[in-house]
Design a protein around this ligand. Structure first.
Ligand code: ZN
Length: 364
């Protein structure tokens, strides 16, 4: 396999170049990308974790092969399985809660960043708040974007952080589920979201949390690494730092179960420790887990229960959803003091709500 072109990058949050190694690992989900080892490093100044060196942007089509799971989720239109129905219900409850927290009446303009084939937008539109939603998406894969457009959503083809087509202050909800960790300029990405938000709007970022028990134990085998496609890894502290830098405030932070990461962790660990065995491929199929089957149902349920237990014991999981709110007026903007407190931890009387979890779900 031809070596992948890579580039060395400074910290995307504070631009420092000094870093400490965190852990290393390699691709295990796809056979047709690269078999090289990659390193995550932690910025000495701000603590943000980045892949360094990382693949060049010109290698995107290689590290996201045509069989990449997110491009093929609408492959079958048959009746949704029990797992699918649970997952759909979970996402629909989330959008209902988000719309509730916006506290407005009338139309809600929702933008799904990295909307792929529009699957999530479909679910949102079919939710009890669906008739209040105006569904928009942006997607870099032209084919997936076309599929989403055919499903009736307004979709721009392009990369969010460099796009010029979407209009400033024109969205009430911007959802970026498991996208920010994939982009080459995550701070620019988040700043762009802040520009596109209407006053009072919410930018919801779901992303891996590397500061979890499973990540710290499994290190290079942790599923959230997704080598070499995850380029930046956050934890609660660096996420609060980001919010302060882009003029938004963290209004809510929820740790969510992520059973898919567990399937990937098991697959990666077994592949490294039992290289001769073929059963890990069929027991923990890294791509096949997205197909509905009894096996997927059992694995996803079991790992969701495990994550719920871990969250009870440690207060965290390897996945977090953070809601960043744009203040309604200039007076509401965070002051430098607020920003310092946000980085150091929660200030007394800070109205941050910690999410609670009562349903099971699947994340990727
Ligand atoms: Zn930094």
């Amino acid at each position: 396999m031809k070596p992948i072109r890579t580039v060395q990058v400074p910290c995307p949050q504070c631009e420092a170049t000094e870093s400490r190694p965190l852990w290393s690992g390699r691709e295990h989900e796809y056979e047709n990308t690269t078999d090289e080892s990659f390193d995550f490093v932690r910025c000495r100044d701000c603590g943000l974790v980045r892949l360094d060196p990382r693949p060049e942007v010109s290698e995107l089509s290689r590290i996201y092969p045509p069989n990449y799971y997110a491009y093929n989720l609408h492959a079958d239109d048959k009746r949704p399985s029990l797992t699918d129905r649970m997952k759909i219900r979970l996402y629909q409850r989330r959008i209902e809660n988000l719309v509730g927290r916006l506290g407005t009446s009338g139309k809600v303009r929702v933008l799904d960043v990295g909307c792929a084939d529009g699957r999530l937008l479909d679910w949102y539109r079919e939710s009890p708040v669906g008739d209040r939603l105006e569904t928009h998406g942006i997607e870099m894969d032209a084919h997936a974007a076309q599929v989403a457009r055919r499903r009736g959503h307004r979709v721009v083809t392009g990369r969010f952080e460099i796009d010029k087509e979407l209009e400033a202050e024109s969205f009430d909800l911007i959802l970026a589920a498991h996208v920010i960790e994939h982009v080459d300029a995550p701070t620019t990405f988040a700043r762009r979201a802040a520009e596109l938000l209407a006053p009072g709007g919410l930018f919801v970022v779901a992303t891996p949390n590397w500061d979890s028990v499973d990540a710290r134990c499994l290190r290079g085998n942790w599923g959230g690494n997704h080598f070499p496609r995850h380029w930046t890894l956050y934890d609660e502290r660096t996420m609060r730092d980001l919010a302060g830098r882009i003029g938004l405030e963290v209004s809510r932070l929820e740790y969510q179960p992520n059973p898919i990461f567990w399937v990937w962790s098991c697959h990666s660990w077994l592949r490294d420790h039992l290289p001769e065995a073929s059963w890990p491929e069929s027991v923990f199929p890294p791509v096949g887990i997205f197909r509905s089957s009894t096996q997927s149902f059992i694995l996803l349920t079991a790992f969701t229960v495990l994550d719920s237990l871990l969250r009870r014991l440690t207060g965290r999981t390897a996945s977090m959803a953070v809601e960043l709110r744009r203040p309604r007026s200039a007076q509401e903007r965070p002051t430098p003091g607020d920003r310092r407190r946000a980085v150091e931890g929660r200030a007394p009387g800070d109205p941050l709500q910690r999410g609670t979890w009562s349903t099971r779900g699947t994340e990727h």
